[in-house]
Design a binder for this molecule. Sequence first.
Ligand SMILES: Nc1ncnc2c1ncn2[C@@H]1O[C@H](COP(=O)(O)OP(=O)(O)OP(=O)(O)O)[C@@H](O)[C@H]1O
Ligand SMILES: [Mg+2]
Ligand SMILES: [Zn+2]
Length: 507
Amino acid sequence: MFCMVHSLGLVGLQAYRIQVEVDTARGLPSFEIVGLPDTAVKESRDRVRAAVKNSGFAFPVSRITANLAPADIKKAGSVYDLPLFVGILRASGQLKADTDDCAFIGELSLRGDLRPVRGVLPMAIEARRQGYRALFVPAENAMEAGVVEGLEILPAATVKEVLDHLSKAALIAPYHSQLPPDDAIYPLDFADVKGQYLAKRAFEVAACGGHNILLMGPPGSGKSMLAKRLPGIMPPMTFAEKLSATMVHSIAGTLPPETALLSSRPFRAPHHTISAVGLAGGGSTPRPGEVSLASGGILFLDEFAEFKRSAIEVLRQPMEDGTVRINRGGVTVQYPCDILLVAAMNPCPCGWAGHPTRRCSCSPSAISRYLGRISGPVLDRIDIHLQLQPVDYDALASPLPAESSAQIRRRVVAGRQRQLDRQQQTGVSCNAKLPAGVLDTVCAMTEPAQQMLRGAFERMGLSARARDKLLKLSRTVADLDGSEQITGDHMAEVIQYRQLDRPDAGF
Ligand SMILES: Nc1ncnc2c1ncn2[C@@H]1O[C@H](COP(=O)(O)OP(=O)(O)OP(=O)(O)O)[C@@H](O)[C@H]1O
Ligand SMILES: [Mg+2]
Ligand SMILES: [Zn+2]
């Protein structure tokens, strides 16, 4: 007998409809799965066989062929255990239920328990798009799947629960996720950072305009402290951003437990020994890399000069395009890469160059070799450079409370809104992404601002690219100020954010 059971598969972030066809025929008893299965699907055969026996059914003594269609999509993972199980029981006449309007995903244990699988959110979205009425999922994946509306999510802990539902012996209650409140709570607050007014202001500008930032400073100057607080002052995530971030983490298997939808901006801080594949993504079954896991939030590269050049260079294209494309065996998968990059480094190998009291022991050539390790093309994508000094004692000991993240964020949100209001004209959602072609139209400057820009250009020997950066940054500062025109004050502020453009900076 022949039957077909619906399921879903994934290539990158994209989910597809998969038909699990099962045919039982007379002949020597065997069980074959065809349709480009990988090893996980082959192992599925053993699990399904055991689960059928251990849940009180007879494994059919016939020639069983299961086909996962379409054959040209590479199947991975253990998602098809459950649909295969249902297919075998139906094809052998042991389950008399119509499953045409349902889809099934889930891994089985030998005993017949359902185990969670990855990528449930994109699969649930696709299941709704395909018009299925219901989707059976392992109980542990319920929260993630339950975000999708217009589709019954039926979570089950065992195959018995699935069968009881199908035979109407005991119905499973459809699951709906309680969506988290719109505004995430970030535990780390800028109020903890004493002094460092310029640095905090630079982070505010970065958060508002989406500008990448490079921090240079001696050990203990607060680089990590500042970077970790950045997600808390960024504008709230849009629903699309939450969905996209959740999908990536769902596929990577890094969704925190009990999470229906990620609602706080990711913060990823990979170690400097990370490989290019770890950073950008890839592998024989392509996995999202750190840039995609950070998408919608912050990628923090601490000890920036220590990263392998080959690893940093792969960031170029994804940062430019906003997506990572990974090609494997003729199939291209895409993952998002919408990150705010925060890079931090010491100013020299010993760390103390420029420190007010400690002495740097590095030779000038050692310093320039060290700075020379930073990839030029990636540096080109960083708008703000900041040299940090350790906080002075008076500021540290001051009892005055510093401004909180909530206060800073209010300004950021208002400033970002001005950028969104301009989106029709610019085509982009934040100033960091402004294309060169529109800069002169959207960056109207007062006379003093123009003079100041010209002065900086000539005095600091700026490149055309550095001028563009100053324009974008001053646009953001003016937006924070609620001003349509860029004034001399705005321009004066942002010139401080291009400290590595100085001819004496060593780059
Ligand atoms: N402005 C500040 N206000 C309050 N505490 C601070 C400040 N700056 C530094 N600290 C304290 O110093 C510690 C070290 O700071 P942090 O780890 O951010 O330094 P860093 O610049 O990242 O150093 P490294 O180069 O060693 O990584 C912080 O955990 C914090 O306790
Ligand atoms: Mg640090
Ligand atoms: Zn030094």
